[in-house]
Design a protein. Sequence first.
Length: 399
Amino acid sequence: MSNRSPVVTLLQGREGSVLRRHPWIFSGAIRNVKGSPAPGDTVHVLDSTGHPLGWAAWSPQSQIRARMWTFDAEEIVDEEFFRRRISSAITLRDRLFVNTDCNAFRLLASEADLLPGVIIDRYDNTLLLQFLSAGAERWKDVIISFLREYYADAFLYERSDGDARVKEGLAVRAGPVGSPVPAAHCLIREHGLRFAVDIVAGHKTGFYLDQRDNRALLGTMVEGAEVLNCFSYTGAFAMYALAGGAIRVTDVDVSADALAIARRNLTLNDLSENRYEQMQMDVFSCLRRCRDEARQFDVIVLDPPKFATSKSQVDRAARGYKDINLLAMKLLRPSGLLFTFSCSGHIPLPLFSKIVADAAVDARRHVRTLRMMTQAPDHPMASAVPESWYLKGLLCIMD
């Protein structure tokens, strides 16, 4: 970087998070800006005494005003910098998935892979790309160029359509990147099962890759069980349950499109229609209906969408989590299993555990936790970035 690069100086005492290698610098931590950085430009970050802290991407319209690319003030943020970061992420996934029957995984996980705002999911020969920050947008063409080198025959599709783009002042973008153009649906393999993924209109990037290991665990614990899969989306937990010997599996989701793909997944895996049913409705209403009808289950999966997208929503989210867990506990037979999750980064594990414990008290059930669950290793958790540990799960047994 040139000595003429824009300089961001922090207020006294506000350098602590950067020194701990957390990449976010909020607007309130900045004393002044020297120069006129454009969105996505690389800026030199200094503490209040002028000591260099590293280099960051400037984002003038976001509360997160800068995101650190590197904490090494001597490192140059150029095309080769991004090649190194991408190559490192690919090498890690090669290690994680060698000799496995999985051809779908998160290839690059934003801050956890030291490239804030960049998410890349691989679905067989299709790469789903998200550029969610001003810095990621600034270097998008360079990143795409390197991906084409590594995966010369891959289809590329951009899904930069999340709320994060709006907060960054960026236009929403979605569509194929160059040619050839990928099909709207692609097929993937995961632990011997096959799934259709809607890369164009599916939630997030089309499939919840982070639940891979938790789905596999479920599949080992459901033989002979009646299973209720809530917030089922395209039925991935259900397919594992059916393949694992469940006698009856019910998927519950409000989306007709998602349930239609679940039906397709059933066919792809040659699983019995006679052991499978769907309920297109709100999960809260479904759980209350099952309670009123005195239905019971051996296993219930609660995998809701993010209930809290900000700190201000935590109390409301906690009430929602407690409600669904309490209702589910009342529907489980003795020795029944509850797989319950939160993907809200603002709900830490201690709070989620307390919510589940409070639900058990109100449900008048003695509940034991058998295992804690989290995201699969292709969604790594950076020790300096607690926000990267977003998926929390508890496997509970009812007495």
